[in-house]
Design a protein around this ligand. Structure first.
Ligand code: GLA
Length: 398
């Protein structure tokens, strides 16, 4: 009897240990989509230590940190050469990565970095191929909190694999290898896969430990690129869940290539898609309009909704699309998007969307509340713009 209970206690201990290891590396990371900033869209290869420090400071003073943006992510072009032991060194732009991480952490923020599973990164620098454990250890020792792992150079290696199956296995194994290496460091590091949606990554991204996976090629700062990416996400909702998100790429808000209505479409759609919100502009030079776009509380609450259910398209008629995201309070976010350049009328019938018990409707961008009506509600939607509604229910059904 004593032996049996000792055995049971030991089993319980092992089970608890296994649970705590899972918890420290899995679900609680990115339990809502990650929010932060990334250097690529605006700075490309020009970001250096001073840039990152200035961005971290601006993240605090602009109110973005308090709105939820915490990751400050260095993209490609930080890499130097490996030392005699094979340890990756930063280039001259980043003289002391550990000191930079300490600085970013001292602001209540987290630091992210970039690498490739291939021999080379997209910009032709040293990738992590063959050095996965060593690089993960280096990143952890520097104090890195987020890794964007960009397929890039590995695509050439995959071409030589002989068959599509062999190429797929090479890619999957490479992502698994870095997942294991990151887990072995015991530092919680968000693992963000970047391989542009190759081989329907949404179907297997979570199984290789991805907290997020890019679903498309790179976004550019114009309306055509943004909507091509954003609206092509229809049908992917079922693959996202807390800890594992579809990533339609970083934000272009504030970079100047779209007008106010277009940038509203951008962030509203990304919030409905439960997308990571990684600003891609120069945070040290923002207009009040850009700050307002990035820090709108209602939009962020939709993106970060605790139920973690991604939204999807419910209708598309001509240039008008209606998207709906179910929310934890039993209500929903509804985006009425007008893809035509001129203003157009649209009608939405809440009962047809399963929201006939709506008690309150907030027009997010107008900042107004309205009483829900039975039957069709008519909205005027600006050209390339959106009416974003947050609908609350009287009798929350979870
Ligand atoms: C790829 C990625 C981009 C960026 C660049 C850097 O194109 O998709 O987001 O990281 O590489 O070289």
């Amino acid at each position: 009897m004593a032996l049996t209970s000792k055995y049971l206690w030991r089993c319980l201990g092992i089970a608890l240990l296994a649970l705590s290891v899972t918890a420290s590396h899995g679900q609680e990371l990115a339990s809502t989509p990650s929010m932060g900033w990334n250097s690529w869209n605006h700075f490309r290869d020009k970001a250096d230590d001073a840039t990152i420090r200035a961005i971290a400071e601006a993240m605090v003073t602009s109110g973005m940190r308090d709105a939820g943006y915490v990751y400050v992510n260095i993209d490609d072009d930080w890499e130097g050469v490996r030392d005699a032991q094979g340890n990756i060194q930063a280039n001259a732009k980043f003289p002391d990565m550990k000191a930079l991480a300490d600085f970013v952490h001292s602001k209540g923020l987290k630091l992210g970095i970039y690498s490739s599973p291939g021999l080379k990164t997209c910009a032709g620098y040293e990738g992590s191929y063959g050095h996965e454990e060593q690089d993960a250890k280096t990143f952890a020792a520097w104090g890195i909190d987020y890794l964007k792992y960009d397929l890039c150079g590995m695509r050439d290696q995959m071409k030589a694999a002989g068959s599509p199956e062999a190429a797929h296995n090479m890619m999957v194994n490479a992502y698994l290898k870095m997942r294991d290496a990151l887990q072995a460091t015991e530092r919680p590091i968000v693992y963000s896969l970047c391989q542009y949606g190759v081989d329907s990554v949404w179907e297997w991204g979570a199984s290789v430990g991805g907290n997020a996976w890019r679903t498309t090629y790179d976004i550019r700062d114009n309306y055509a690129s943004m909507v091509e990416i954003g609206f092509s996400q229809a049908g992917l909702a079922k693959f996202a869940r807390p800890g594992h998100w579809n990533d339609p790429d970083m934000l272009e808000i504030g970079n100047g290539g779209m007008n106010l209505q277009e940038y509203r479409t951008h962030i509203s759609l990304w919030a409905i898609l439960a997308a990571p919100l990684l600003a891609g502009n120069d945070l040290t030079h923002m207009t009040p309009e850009t700050v307002a776009l990035l820090t709108n509380k209602d939009v962020i609450a939709i993106d970060q909704d605790q139920a973690g259910k991604q939204g999807d398209r419910v209708s598309a008629v001509g240039p008008m699309e209606v998207w709906l995201r179910p929310l934890a309070d039993g209500g929903a976010a509804i985006g009425i998007f007008n893809r035509h350049p001129g203003s157009m009328k649209a009608t939405v019938d809440l009962s047809m969307l399963g929201l006939d018990h709506a008690s309150k409707v907030r027009d997010v961008w107008a900042g107004t509340e309205m009483t829900p009506m039975k039957g069709p509600m008519v909205f005027q939607v600006p050209g390339h713009g959106v009416v974003l509604l947050r609908v609350s229910r009287q009798d929350p059904q979870r």
